[in-house]
Design a protein around this ligand. Structure first.
Ligand code: WT7
Length: 679
């Protein structure tokens, strides 16, 4: 196997440590209506019922052909779920609801800048739009079953329409978060081998119209450099007939979707019946090494898993108005804005813009206006809303029965504000811990059955049996107060199938670390390495401490230190670069870049600017460092390895640990003086 550097517990060392808190319980009213109200469900998913317990999730789907084998595990860790089954993802999300819910809103779209332009898309209208776009993709785009199609789309209804159109054709979609740069998009186009890019002319964010199509030109050029040609760029226009971008349309390559769609009006496409194991989509994420990994998610297993977790953990009923205020460009949006809610036939709110513009009341006004009763967001948003409008929620007449937090650890005091002010003390709160690779939740509480504990996500969710190992592979017992690497002992339907095009790397990253026997065909020998440090309390609840690999979680988004460093190294003056996380009041973590220049060059604000600009160009605005520190040299080991731990200690005004073994220990004080006096 290729030698993937194995991660160490590191970010956990600078994690905030907080007190264990009291339990909170949901209201009797919530419990009475909950989907998972009978404790027998916990028994049904007990380990002795694995893997058959997951039938219950798969039975939430409509199958063209029922499966014969729940879990096929003869070639670990390439698990196969619901083998022999066939289904179509789009049919399950859209068509099957038409008989009862044709005129019900599938999505309610809240645009910027005018909230009064809020518009519902019924299941019938969604069906129509998806069919027409699927016909266009096949007829005009030449997209066939199994082809990859890259999207670079913002939070507009055209994004779920495009996803479902691919699912209808059995084509594999790969959405790149709209805020990523054209270059980052191009890398993902090339890795997935997409010939078609679907994009948009422009979108609104915080009161400004963003010219988005320009990024498509950079993306196509970046993909070409990597040997991948894009034949067609399909450009949705925000207002059909008007072009909101300054980027010229390239003859024979770029096409306005609204113009071509005219040829496909009223077309229907038969949903392609796909094997349960066929990939549904790719979602790229960062890891230890430079190149982003295309996490491949399946059709049957993934959809079953998101349907089941949406039903029991999000407590979604068809009559709810559910709002997950994440971006569909991340896994949260795929699983819990689009697929999960639509599979359950509910109404999902999709909003454009940011939570704090035009004012701190935006979210609560939307909740009031639409009668939202389930709300889902990230700690970073909660912290921000608390800061800008701590009493704002009480000014609006809305009532939430349920709220979710996801993406990073939430501090108990922030949790309490969420519970008391946003939830008005009425809503059950679930803290859901999981990641891009896992398709859906791994750790959380069943809202009616397991009490909430601020700061802890809860125990493993139904059918997930976590374990914490120390560096030597010994089990760290709950209640021991010790941190370790959290793993999942069993396969589950939502887990990624592989890393697109890199099966060896997939095995290496997620399974090598604690594999008990590489020749074993017993799933019990193949624990899944989640990539987080964690502590388990005596009550079985997990507290997640953060990533153990070289990943910085900024506002709930994973940024690879290697990607940040290679972007920085594109600046010609830069000789060496190190990215480290620093604590950030609002975003959890922020990035600081440390840079050493080529010999003879003096530091200057211009070079700092160039570094920030390079990161924005190569990755996107979200990765912009909080500070760029130009230092005379990096602290290094005798073998020349940059000691990020030491740098992170300096940046966080924390203990840097033992530096006597460094090749250049004197540099530590130099850097400390330079950085800490400037902060
Ligand atoms: C990383 C995964 C999960 C979808 C959004 C992020 C951190 C995620 C929690 C939580 C503490 C959390 C972990 C994880 N994380 N949820 N509830 N409590 N930490 O997906 O970009 O793949 O990031 O986010 O460190 O590994 P992602």
């Amino acid at each position: 196997m290729a030698a993937e550097p194995q991660p160490q517990l590191s970010e956990a060392q600078i994690a905030v440590h907080w007190r264990e808190e009291d339990y909170y319980r949901p209201s009797a009213k919530f419990v009475a209506q909950a989907n998972a109200g009978d404790p027998a469900i916990i028994e049904r998913f007990g380990e002795e019922h694995f893997p058959e317990c997951f039938r219950e999730y798969a039975d939430l789907l409509t199958w063209d052909t029922y499966w014969h084998t729940t879990l096929e595990s003869s070639r670990p860790p390439f698990w196969k779920w619901f083998v022999g089954g066939r289904l179509n993802g789009c049919y399950n999300c859209v068509d099957r609801h038409l008989a009862t819910s044709r005129n019900k809103a599938a999505f309610i779209c809240v645009p910027e800048p005018e909230e009064q332009d809020t518009r519902a898309i019924t299941y019938q209208e969604l069906y129509r739009r998806v069919n027409e776009f699927a016909a266009l993709l096949r007829g005009f785009g030449g997209v066939d079953t199994g082809d990859r199609v890259t999207f670079h789309l913002p939070m507009v209804p055209e994004l779920p329409v495009s996803m479902l159109a691919c699912a209808r054709l059995g084509a594999i979609h790969s959405e790149v978060f709209g805020g990523f740069s054209g270059t980052a998009c191009g890398d993902r186009i090339a890795d997935s081998g997409s010939r078609v890019l679907v994009t948009m002319d422009g979108y609104y964010r915080g009161g400004t119209l963003v010219d988005h199509k320009a990024k498509a030109d950079e993306a196509v050029a970046a993909a070409r450099k990597l040997g991948q040609e894009v034949d067609k760029v399909l450009v949705w226009r925000r207002h059909p007939g008007q072009y909101a971008s300054k980027s010229p349309m390239v003859e024979g390559r770029d096409f306005f979707v609204d113009e071509i769609l005219a040829d496909y009006g009223g077309h229907s496409i038969e949903p392609v019946s796909m094997p349960a194991e066929a990939p549904l989509f790719l979602m790229y994420t960062s890891g230890t090494t430079g190149r982003p990994k295309g996490c491949q998610h399946s059709t049957g297993g993934y959809l079953a898993y998101v349907a089941g977790t949406s039903k029991y953990y999000q407590d979604i009923h068809p009559e709810d108005t559910y709002w997950c205020a994440a971006d569909i460009g991340w896994i949260t949006g795929h699983s819990y804005i689009v697929y999960g809610p639509l599979l359950l036939g509910t109404t999902s709110v999709l909003y454009e813009g940011v939570p704090t513009y035009p004012d701190a009341g935006r979210c609560w006004r939307i909740a009031e206006r639409l009668g939202v009763n389930i709300f889902h967001t990230a700690p970073t948003t909660i912290r921000m809303l608390r800061k800008v409008g701590p009493h704002e929620p009480s000014r609006y007449d809305y009532h939430l029965k349920h709220m979710t937090t996801v993406g990073e650890p939430i501090e108990p005091e922030v949790w309490r504000w969420y519970h008391d002010e946003v939830g008005k003390g009425e809503a059950a709160v679930v803290d859901t811990w999981w990641m891009t690779e896992t398709g859906g939740f791994l750790g959380s509480t069943l809202p009616a059955l397991q009490p909430m504990k601020p700061g802890s996500c809860g125990p493993g969710v139904l059918g997930i049996y976590p374990v914490i190992y120390d560096e030597d592979g010994n089990v760290v017992e709950g209640g021991s107060g010790k941190a370790g690497n959290i793993c999942i002992r069993n396969p589950w339907p939502g887990v990624l199938q592989t890393v697109w095009g890199q099966p060896d790397r997939f095995v290496d990253i997620y399974y090598r670390r604690y594999c008990k026997d590489p020749d074993s065909t017993d799933w019990r020998d193949w624990p899944f390495l989640c990539g987080d440090g964690a502590v388990q309390a005596a009550d079985g609840y997990f507290r997640i401490l953060g990533r153990i690999d070289d990943v910085i979680n900024v506002a709930g988004h994973r940024l690879g230190t290697k990607e940040l460093e290679s972007a920085t190294l594109t600046v010609e003056e830069v000789a060496e670069a190190a990215a480290v996380p620093v604590m950030d009041e609002l975003r959890g973590r922020a990035v600081e870049m440390y840079v050493a220049l080529n010999p003879g060059l003096a530091s200057s604000p211009e070079i700092e600017q160039k570094v920030a600009a390079a990161i924005e160009r190569e990755i996107g605005k979200i990765a912009r460092p909080r500070n760029v520190w130009i230092v005379p040299d990096m602290p290094k080991t005798r073998s020349g390895k940059i000691m990020r731990r030491v740098i992170a200690g300096i940046s966080n005004f924390a203990d840097v640990g033992d530096v006597t073994t460094l090749a250049n220990p004197e540099i530590v004080d130099d850097i400390r003086h330079h950085v800490q006096s400037a902060k």
